[in-house]
Design a protein around this ligand. Structure first.
Ligand SMILES: NC(=O)C1=CN([C@@H]2O[C@H](COP(=O)(O)OP(=O)(O)OC[C@H]3O[C@@H](n4cnc5c(N)ncnc54)[C@H](OP(=O)(O)O)[C@@H]3O)[C@@H](O)[C@H]2O)C=CC1
Ligand SMILES: C[C@H]1O[C@H](OP(=O)(O)OP(=O)(O)OC[C@H]2O[C@@H](n3cnc4c(=O)[nH]c(N)nc43)[C@H](O)[C@@H]2O)[C@@H](O)[C@@H](O)C1=O
Length: 315
């Protein structure tokens, strides 16, 4: 019997992490699609690391769908500095939500992983089958292990309890509501902030971390949210599925694009005492393309929207 998902606009949907970059994009997408029965909680209202509080919340609200976009998230230096926090907080958040969802028989749940789950030196582009076939990138291994545990938990709950829980692996993301912290953020928001501040202060050079040689794929968060909505409606398989735009650029090329968008006139130099991380992590998105979804927002377009959002946030 064909099951239809997200057809009823009154469906009760919980977005965990609704204030984050991804969660707020999913929130916007669901509102745009006419869903009005959306359940959200801030981390001060509901600390997802607290198992009893999460169980009580699920018993009370009994959502039919869950988008699990709450997590401890950060860039390469944050991951490598707060190694214990990244594995502990993510294991607790995801385990509490997945277990509580099962107990109240949530109809469908989406777990968000990340491209870092794949081996550091896996062949490119990264196919879903490459999971657990090699060593992980050391700087974010704790976070990656937590994400892999989330994938395996969703698979195991499908095996034992018949839960329709799907695992979605986004590539590097950017967009509205991004994290611009100078040390803990990801590269794209970090460079937007650094070039802008250099422009404002008139400093004659901007320092980029690492060699600039690694390559990264960047997907705009609202594009990801569109893919998440599409997959919640159409994807019901046990195996994880990649989401990306299908092309990548070097960090140096990215820096020059950000420099241009910000209108910075000075020079760029490199701090090679900072880690490069994985040399490349381009996602193979053929599985998603075959299902009928493709990214729409180009890096040029997304960069200018993200920069404008940043400027508005610092006014
Ligand atoms: N950003 C990226 O480049 C990528 C992100 N992802 C994945 O996407 C998902 C969302 O990431 P992103 O939107 O960037 O992250 P953000 O840091 O922007 O948002 C994370 C959200 O999680 C919530 N949260 C964190 N800890 C707790 C807690 N203890 N209790 C309750 N809520 C908590 C925060 O809530 P509050 O605001 O209320 O404190 C926040 O809204 C994550 O699973 C991440 O791994 C995957 C690939 C790339
Ligand atoms: C999404 C993904 O994100 C992280 O992995 P990452 O992609 O390596 O993360 P990043 O964006 O921080 O770095 C990308 C590259 O960019 C270079 N770089 C230059 N200058 C800055 C800079 O100023 N800040 C940062 N953060 N990086 C910089 C940096 O040296 C590196 O070579 C993990 O969370 C991982 O777990 C994960 O899931």
């Amino acid at each position: 019997m064909t099951e239809f998902y997200l057809q009823d606009k009154n469906a009760k949907i919980y977005i965990a992490g609704h204030r984050g970059m991804v969660g707020s994009a999913i929130y916007r997408k669901l509102q745009k699609e006419g869903f009005s029965n959306l359940i959200v909680r801030t981390s001060s209202e509901l600390d997802l690391r607290d198992q009893l509080a999460v169980q009580n919340f699920f018993n009370e609200e009994k959502p039919e769908y869950v988008f699990l976009a709450a997590a401890k998230v950060g860039g390469i230096v944050a991951n490598n500095t707060y190694r214990g926090d990244f594995i502990y907080e993510n294991l607790m958040i995801q385990s509490n939500i997945i277990e509580s969802a099962r107990k109240v028989e949530v109809k469908k749940l989406m777990f968000l992983g990340s491209s870092c789950i794949y081996p550091k030196l896996a062949p490119q582009p990264l196919k879903e089958d490459y999971l657990l076939t090699g060593e992980l990138e050391p700087t974010n291994e704790p976070y990656a292990i937590a994400k892999i545990a989330g994938i395996k938990m969703c698979e195991a709950y499908r095996d034992q309890y018949g839960c329709n829980y799907i695992s979605v692996m986004p590539t590097n993301l950017y967009g509205l509501n991004d994290n611009y912290h100078p040390e803990n953020s990801h590269v794209l928001p970090a460079l937007i902030r650094r070039f802008h501040e250099a422009s404002e202060s008139g400093s004659n050079s901007v320092t980029i971390w690492g060699t600039g040689k690694p390559k990264r794929e960047f997907l705009f968060a609202d594009d990801l949210a569109d893919a998440c909505f599409f997959l919640m409606q159409n994807y019901n398989e046990k195996n994880l599925i990649n989401v990306g735009c299908g092309e990548d650029i070097s960090i140096e090329e990215l820096a020059y694009k950000v420099k241009k968008v910000v209108g910075y006139e000075g020079s760029i130099d490199f701090d090679v005492t900072k880690p490069d991380g994985t040399p490349r992590k381009l996602m193979d998105v053929s599985k998603l393309t075959k299902l009928g979804w493709k990214s729409q927002i180009s890096l040029e377009k997304g960069l200018s929207v993200a920069f404008e959002d940043y400027i508005n946030s610092v006014k």
